[in-house]
Design a protein around this ligand. Sequence first.
Ligand code: CA
Length: 229
Amino acid sequence: MRLLMIEDHRRFAKFVKDGLEKEGFTVDAVETASGSEDAIATVQYDAIILDLGLPDCDGIQLLRGWRERGDETPVLILTARDGIDDRVRGLNSGGDDYLLKPFAMEELVARIRALLRRPGGVLGLVMTAGNVSFDTTAREVRVNDRTIAIPRRELGVLEHLMRRSGRVVPKDVLEDKIYGFGREVSSNSVEVHVSRLRKRLAGAGANISVHTLRGVGYLLSEESTIAPQ
Ligand code: CA
């Protein structure tokens, strides 16, 4: 899951980003409203963490702007101000949840997962396809109830393919989801991860396959149900 964090307190932002990345999220951190507009124009985020007190714009104004133009990305508001007004204004302006600073990392992670599980959002805690299950909280994959170890990037690939099981996931979307902002990605890097993942799944006896649709993207299916190309 790829998150955008808009927070001008650099040390705090780094602490939160590191904490979230340990939990398997990919986090792009920006410090200003204008930086966030560039990020949002480039990437489809799964959720946004928004600090209300930004140097160049009020966070609520920013949020209102997204909602006015129809952007429904779930937004978790962070605020140090504990006036009830800010919370109410934030939720009325299209925020989905809020958290007062300071907060415990566990609390933030739990709230983000709850946001991602909301109706209309992405799928729940444990996804299954064929004999494979993916526990998105424990970051654990099981094949026929046996846990298999999968490195982080491959895990990211599998997660997105499973969330969109049976649908084509364009290669650049997948690339976007598993790499942070501004990182150099070599053109065949997703292919390498997919190919390793495929071998790993086959080796573990999984009955799902990752198909390559040349020049388009990837598609995950249960072996018996589809055979593209
Ligand atoms: Ca701030």
